[in-house]
Design a protein. Structure first.
Length: 147
């Protein structure tokens, strides 16, 4: 199993960031739409609550990236998701854990850990893809909390 651990600080309170991320069904609320290569065309939902799967169809890609909400705890501001179904970038399995912590002066930090295996056993392609996705996530969330 391979692991990536990253974090990003936001100029917004932890509650504001949590409100955005806790609304798992509506990723298009915050995902950056100004980068043509990663624009969301549509999101189809399957189920509700824990176990909800959001099928994210990106422009130019036939297959969705399907993310399942595995865990969500408002008290600790922690959530877990898995990519299910057809996985991108040679991923054989993937689960991420996000945890939001309050920082001084009304700021917050999103700590994010991805754990994954790859079909080839080599993490390079998958790690590059995931780091790019994490950067986009942080960019979109940063823009969303400053609106």
């Amino acid at each position: 199993m391979h692991q990536i651990t990253v974090h990003h600080d936001f100029d917004a309170p932890a509650e504001q960031l949590w409100d955005i991320l806790a609304d798992f069904a509506h990723i298009e609320r915050w995902w950056p739409q100004d980068i043509p290569a990663v624009q969301i065309e549509r999101v189809e939902l399957e189920g509700e609550g824990i176990g909800l799967i959001r099928h994210i169809y990106n422009k130019g890609f036939a297959a969705p990236v399907s993310e399942r909400l595995d865990f969500q705890d408002p008290a600790s501001k922690t959530y877990k998701l898995s990519i299910v179904g057809q996985r991108p970038a040679g991923l054989a399995s993937y689960q991420a854990t996000g945890h939001i912590e309050a920082l001084p002066d009304g700021r917050s930090r999103l700590n994010y850990r991805g754990e994954f295996t790859t079909e080839s056993g080599q993490p390079d392609e998958a790690e590059a893809f995931l780091r790019m996705a994490y950067g986009l996530m942080f960019q979109g969330l940063s823009a969303s909390v400053t609106r």
